[in-house]
Design a protein. Structure first.
Length: 468
């Protein structure tokens, strides 16, 4: 009997022990701390926060990772300041901001909130967001600081990539330097809002690649697969302009990552194989390198060489193999506007430097572009439904490409060309076509006539030669 009681007592103790330690808390409140080895786990076990060493490194970092997959980091706090020993502590400073201390109790990293917090609470949410709020007024859900505002290399559903237009605060991604080192690498993925919003990958101050403008559904130059995985979104309010996405449904786990080579990857978690599957990556191919081909030069990955002057342009140096720097595609001479028309190029990434008007439709856009002889091309700014909005190009066409089949990307792009280039195009109206046919027949008949005359003259000359 005594033995049984002792046995039950120990079982209970063990049970309490297990319960205590297997249900890690999701929040840290004032006066508490986390040491290396302890973690916070979000309430539905999606994410975990704690100390880790990346790859083969011995350095310690504070980070957030998916709880279920092989440790996949989504955020790192002290990217620039590793802790060398396993003695880091996450706690609160006197003013209520989060503070990461090393062995010497000096601050390695801190969250910066705009005001003093009386009763700070840090909570790891199931979205993967570490938020800091004040627990004084329980109704106040306002975050004084959140990790989503300081992304590392990963964009999770609900995170914003872009701008607070009021304060000028920008959220962007920077890859790790290597698998062993989360220090920000040389690349960054940012939302460029100098014209219509587009994504750019920048290395130092050099533009590596641009996505083409947001076309109402996606960034035109980033390949998309027909999917039930995620829904991309561009949010534009008075205060904010940013890119975000959400999973297609609750079952889907997906993220965007900028890897060490500065490549953007769309990853989806496969529960069966317990692996991250890559849906697509961007830059997609060589044609995505910024201005890979010269001005008015089309990049087509299926062709050799990949650069070819657009219809209506000729290479000034006749050597097609010339590098983009020495090559120049110049306009073929033609009469504007009578001797010109527009050629539709389907599935194109739109070039830079356009003029835009959201309220014009494609017809008005064409009419407006036709009127002005310095207008080189036009396109819809929004491809949703029948399409709407107007973009016009007035100078050289820079950084355009043909988007390959098999993915959803690119859009119709209309370029001004000499009428002679339109002969093979069926979309011309009959009147125009008739005019062109007449013109072409006149040109070719005079050509044949000339040829006949030439042959006759040569024959006569030959006869003459023989005579003498
Ligand atoms: C917030 O404050 C309330 C009451 O003051 C307390 O019961 C609760 O535990 C606090 N929450 C956290 C996460 O500290
Ligand atoms: C927080 O830090 C960011 C960058 O580290 C800085 O731009 C911003 O001004 C800081 N905010 C406050 C309230 O200190
Ligand atoms: C709070 O404390 C941290 C670390 O001591 C400091 O960097 C920060 O400027 C302080 N913030 C405010 C609002 O006082
Ligand atoms: C980055 O992603 C691209 C595309 O998936 C891949 O080819 C490249 O090897 C990756 N780089 C690293 C360092 O993993
Ligand atoms: C997930 O992995 C399993 C096993 O490798 C595979 O059969 C299945 O097609 C994968 N699912 C998706 C959606 O890729
Ligand atoms: C855009 O087009 C509309 C309709 O043609 C016109 O009324 C408006 O002035 C244009 N806006 C700009 C900024 O040119
Ligand atoms: C054509 O467009 C350019 C650029 O917008 C403008 O400077 C020029 O005045 C326009 N010309 C005519 C004839 O409308």
């Amino acid at each position: 009997m005594k033995c049984l009681a002792v046995f039950i007592f120990f079982r209970l103790l063990i049970l309490i022990f297990i319960i205590e330690f297997s249900f890690a808390a999701d929040s840290l409140s004032s006066g508490k701390f986390i040491t290396d080895g302890e973690t916070l786990v979000s309430s539905f076990q999606s994410f975990e926060l704690g100390f880790f060493s990346p790859g083969n490194s011995k350095n310690r970092y504070l980070g957030i990772w998916y709880k279920s997959s092989p440790r996949t980091l989504v955020w790192v706090a002290n990217r620039n300041n590793p802790i060398t020993e396993k003695n880091g502590v996450l706690t609160f400073s006197n003013n209520g901001s989060l503070l990461l201390l090393n062995q010497e109790k000096s601050a390695i990293w801190s969250s910066n909130s705009s005001r003093m917090l009386e009763n700070p609470v840090a909570q790891l949410l199931d979205s993967g967001n570490l938020v800091l709020r004040d627990n004084i007024s329980r109704s106040s859900e306002e975050y004084m600081w959140q990790s989503f505002d300081y992304p590392s290399d990963t964009l999770l559903p609900g995170m914003k990539l872009g701008w607070n237009l009021k304060t000028g605060f920008e959220r962007y991604l920077t890859p790790w330097r290597s698998a062993d080192d989360p220090t920000p690498g040389e690349f960054s993925l940012r939302l460029d809002i100098s014209a219509l919003p587009e994504l750019v990958i920048i290395s130092g101050s050099r533009k590596e690649t641009r996505s083409g403008p947001w076309n109402g559904q996606q960034f035109g130059g980033i390949p998309r697969v027909k999917n039930s995985i995620f829904i991309p979104k561009l949010e534009h309010t008075e205060d904010e302009l940013y890119f975000t996405f959400r999973p297609f449904n609750d079952e889907v786990i997906t993220r965007l990552l900028v890897n060490e080579s500065g490549t953007l990857q769309r990853l989806v978690w496969n529960e069966t194989s317990t692996e991250w599957r890559m849906l697509y990556s961007w830059p997609f191919d060589t044609c995505d390198s910024y201005a890979q081909c010269g001005a008015n030069d089309n990049c087509r990955i299926s062709k050799t060489p990949i650069c070819e002057c657009l219809t209506g342009f000729i290479s000034k140096s006749q050597d097609d193999w010339d590098s983009p720097e020495t090559r120049r595609c110049v306009r073929k001479p033609s009469d504007c506007p009578s001797g010109e028309g527009f050629l539709k190029l389907p599935k194109m990434k739109l070039p830079e430097n356009y003029w835009s008007n959201k309220s014009m439709n494609l017809k008005e856009c064409e009419a407006e572009c036709t009127k002005n002889c310095s207008c080189r091309a036009y396109a819809n700014s929004d491809v949703t439904g029948e399409g709407s909005g107007c973009l016009m190009w007035f100078g050289d066409l820079v950084d355009l490409r043909e988007c390959s089949e098999g993915y959803i990307w690119g859009q119709d792009f209309f370029i001004r060309v000499p009428a002679s280039e339109l002969v093979s195009v069926k979309h011309l109206n009959t009147k125009k076509r008739l005019k062109i046919i007449v013109a072409v027949s006149i040109i070719s008949s005079t050509f044949i006539l000339g040829l006949l005359l030439c042959i006759a003259w040569k024959k006569a000359k030959n006869k003459g030669n023989r005579l003498f």
